[in-house]
Design a protein. Structure first.
Length: 284
């Protein structure tokens, strides 16, 4: 669905004139990022799958969730083009970016945020669970960047890309012999590898690439009955996932604040960095 809005505020804001392409934008961290960047003046190209993947043990986003993100961005007077698309579908992402860039005037910021976790474990489909998680979390990130980077290079005005990894992209305390969790950990490590090669590729074009590594975030991916049951049944896993600071979960806005800094002029010389937002998880 496409929802361009023409109104623009006259007040100059930190991201005025910028366009941000955000995947996984229907809810959680993605919605938080979209709304905050819009508040700072950016227009938004929003993508989300808005349907269930069978091996994911919690309820995924819906069309209504994406419509809510659209409403919140529009309420700030910004323009938004929202599309239901699977990040595993490169052609669909390229089409979404092309439409958004045409309507909004290019692409300056990319937030490859879309991702899944197994939730309540892999059940009876460990191989499929591993495959689905790696394809969304790693292949989906590759698709996202390759959908947008050629346009950013052609524009010649630089930009910033942030890939959402995890504390599981910096440590190994997330597998415990369970295929879905192993796939999550492996995929998030892989995102770091993509970031580093993208940083080399895009630096000559003044496009910066970094990763963020949140600990558990208070979103439906983490706060759901399936994962709560899985943690209760596996106390070693639950203990191993605790933060160093006495904070059980952080908020989506905590991740957003770090991303806003990375994509702003304040971070104009920061590239190739793995930035934890993790209450000390990685050093525990």
């Amino acid at each position: 669905m496409s929802n361009p809005v023409s109104s623009r505020g006259s007040e100059e804001k930190p991201l005025s004139g910028k366009v941000a392409f955000i995947t996984g934008a229907a809810r959680g961290q993605g919605r938080s990022h979209a709304v905050r960047l819009a508040a700072d003046g950016a227009d938004i190209i929003a993508v989300d799958i808005c349907k269930q993947i069978d091996t994911v043990g919690y309820a995924m986003s819906t069309s209504d969730d994406l419509a809510q993100t659209v409403a919140e961005v529009e309420a700030l007077g910004r323009r938004i083009i929202a599309t239901e698309a699977d990040v595993r579908d490169g052609a669909a992402l390229r089409a979404a970016v092309a439409e958004g860039a045409r309507e909004l005037g290019g692409v300056d910021i990319v937030l490859a945020n879309a991702g899944v976790a197994p939730g309540g474990g892999s059940g009876n489909e460990p191989e499929q669970s591993f495959r689905d998680i790696v394809e969304v979390n790693l292949f989906g990130v590759w698709n996202t960047v390759h959908a947008a980077a050629p346009l950013m290079i052609e524009q010649g005005r630089g930009g910033a890309i942030v890939l959402t990894s995890s504390t599981q992209g910096l440590t190994g305390r997330g597998g415990y012999g369970e295929a879905g969790l192993e796939g999550y950990c492996a995929s998030k490590h892989g995102v770091v590898g993509l970031m580093r090669t993208f940083a080399y590729w895009l630096a000559p074009h003044n496009i910066r690439v970094n990763t963020v590594h949140p600990t558990g975030v208070n979103t439906p991916m983490v706060v759901n009955q399936a994962l709560e049951r899985h943690m209760a049944d596996n106390p070693d896993l639950s203990a191993g996932m605790a933060n160093l600071m006495p904070v059980p979960l952080i908020e989506a806005s905590d991740v957003t604040e770090a991303i806003v800094w990375l994509v702003s002029d304040a971070g104009r010389y920061i590239t190739g960095v793995t930035l934890p937002i993790d209450a000390g998880f990685a050093i525990k």
